[in-house]
Write a protein that binds this ligand. Structure first.
Ligand code: BGC
Length: 538
């Protein structure tokens, strides 16, 4: 692995059960994924992020792990996983897996042993117990839609156990050195196999302390430094990607001084890509970069639009959230106390222009872009389904039965396809779009190709320009000799805004522009053309 490989990556998040069914039991698996590696290579992504594929009761879709050293038999076995890893690496596709270490499933042998062990014994203390619910009482509850407390009584143990997520996901006790060491063994097992890095699920919640803000504790960062040092002492350029869903000034702590996680999701950017396009205003984008501190040189944000937890209005201010809901639900009283399941999906109707504009922003702004499976063909949310299932339906490969995902009887599919009439399966599938050069899929392939062609996009700095029209988002990305000006006209519905290019003359030699028509500029380094609703680059 070359140093800083993750800065130039384009990550593709997929759920093994949703991608391709290789043994026709209605559930995706590694055999199926193996048959689609050429597709991923051709799409242009460079790294696959797999959602949890370990043995699990699957009450939280695999984030409730009952065995860290194996493969959920529904998806395959270790032998098949190793073959997948080999085949992915042959195609220069890196592989990230989930390190879900804040909690285990209550079916994990550690918990089964702990609840029967004597209070104070070493195995009992793999988890956090109390004889009352009053400890850590100020700590916020994350899944407010489902849990009324972070404590649940265990009859076998005759005590309460602590859980920041569902009550079937008891938190591990990181004050116990044995637990800390167990995690290093798990990491070594998968890194010895050749995995390229981990997404550190729910990493801010490892330690519990009195008081409200226990999501940026010194103990957590100390442990992350030890974990990173351990990994760097044995392996080359392994990526640690933090899931720290916070405002940038708080989440930057997970980079440490470049000695903790090299990457971290920039959650607050996600709704702003959506807001800028729907409000036709550059403010939401500029605002989040204004409040994002600089980060260590070897670090990078991971940016995304959709993911397995929904597109949410969690990381916006109350005023912004109210505005969005008033505008989009036409309900003057619309307010949401957002749980992870409240969705913007109804607002992100399957609209090609919106999807292109948001991806243009995603791929031209700083950060390593993360595509969620199906983004490339405009698969949206089947938001009639409960919990977060709406964004976890089978990938749609062709217009045939089960959208080509499986030959199983349609009733056996683990979830229904997106059969919402707006999606018309015959359009939203890979095969039909591969045949149509004007499809979103072809457009996405071009944008991925251009992204990879210029380091200014993956490593360059960012300077916003401020044309007087707030509907125009313009910025320069520069890196060494490359200078790329991106101008995005957010006024999709009204006439493309007349652009006074004089603001850019320092960057663009006059002869390539004329003020009246929308020029097609192909000369490097100016890489954009003017489309019906704005500059986009190919
Ligand atoms: C994941 C969720 C999961 C939760 C508990 C989050 O970080 O993204 O899907 O339910 O952790 O593991």
């Amino acid at each position: 692995r070359e140093p800083l490989w993750y800065k130039d990556a384009i990550i593709y998040e997929l759920h093994i059960k949703a991608f391709m069914d290789g043994d026709n039991d209605g559930i995706g698996d590694f055999e199926g994924l193996l048959s689609k590696l050429d597709y991923l290579e051709d799409l242009g992504v460079t790294c696959i992020w797999l959602l949890p594929f370990y043995p699990s009761p699957s009450k939280d879709d695999g984030y409730d792990i009952s065995d860290y050293y194996n493969i959920n038999p529904a998806y395959g076995d270790i032998k098949t996983f190793k073959r997948f890893l080999r085949e992915a690496h042959k195609r220069n596709l890196k592989v990230l897996t989930e390190l879900v270490i804040n909690h285990t499933s209550d079916q994990h042998e550690w918990f089964q042993r702990a609840r029967r062990a004597k209070p104070g014994s070493i195995y009992r203390d793999y988890y956090v117990w109390s004889d009352s619910q009053s400890k850590y009482k100020d700590t916020r509850i994350i899944f407010t839609d489902y849990e009324a407390s972070n404590w649940t009584w265990d009859h076998e143990a005759q005590a309460y156990f602590w859980h920041r997520f569902f009550h079937h996901q008891p938190d591990l006790n990181y004050d116990n050195p044995r637990v800390q060491k167990e995690i290093f063994k798990i990491i070594d097992y998968w890194l010895d196999m050749g995995v390229d890095g981990f997404r550190l699920d729910a990493i801010p919640y490892l330690f519990e302390r009195e008081g409200t803000n226990c999501e940026n504790l010194p103990e957590t960062h100390q442990y992350l430094k030890q974990l990173r040092a351990h990994v760097d002492s044995k392996y080359e350029n392994v990526l640690l990607l933090a899931e720290a869903n916070m405002w940038p000034e708080d989440s930057v702590a997970y980079f440490g001084q470049g000695d903790e996680c090299q990457m971290n999701y920039q959650f607050p950017l996600m709704p702003r890509l959506f807001m800028a396009v729907n409000m036709e205003d550059r403010y939401p984008i500029i605002d989040i970069y204004d409040q994002t501190p600089s980060i260590p040189e070897n670090c990078q944000w991971a940016t995304f639009l959709r993911n397995h937890d929904e597109l949410t209005l969690e990381m916006v201010t109350d005023e912004e959230r109210d505005y969005m809901y008033k505008v989009y639900t036409k309900d003057p009283q619309a307010r949401i106390n957002l749980g992870i399941r409240k969705r913007l999906a109804p607002l992100l109707e399957n609209n090609r222009q919106k999807i292109e504009l948001m991806n243009m922003l995603l791929f031209s702004l700083p950060g390593t872009p993360v595509l969620y499976y199906g983004d490339e063909i405009g698969m949206g949310d089947n938001y009639y389904l409960g919990d977060r299932d709406g964004v976890r339906t089978p990938m749609q490969w062709d217009p045939g039965r089960n959208a080509g995902f499986s030959d199983a009887n349609p009733q056996k599919l683990y979830l229904p396809l997106i059969m919402d009439p707006d999606y018309k399966c015959e359009n939203i599938n890979v095969e039909n779009q591969q045949r149509n050069p004007n499809s979103l899929l072809w457009w996405m392939k071009r944008i991925l190709k251009t992204r990879k062609q210029y380091k200014a996009f993956s490593r360059g700095d960012l300077n916003f320009l401020a044309p007087d029209n707030p509907k125009i988002l313009a910025f320069i990305r520069s890196y060494e000799e490359e200078v790329i000006l991106t101008i995005i006209n957010l006024s999709r519905f009204s006439q493309p805004a007349q652009l006074d290019l004089s603001a850019y003359l320092d960057y663009i030699p006059l002869e390539v522009f004329s003020h009246n028509e929308f020029p097609k500029i192909e000369k490097q380094p100016y890489l954009f053309t003017m489309g019906p609703y704005g500059y986009h680059w190919f």
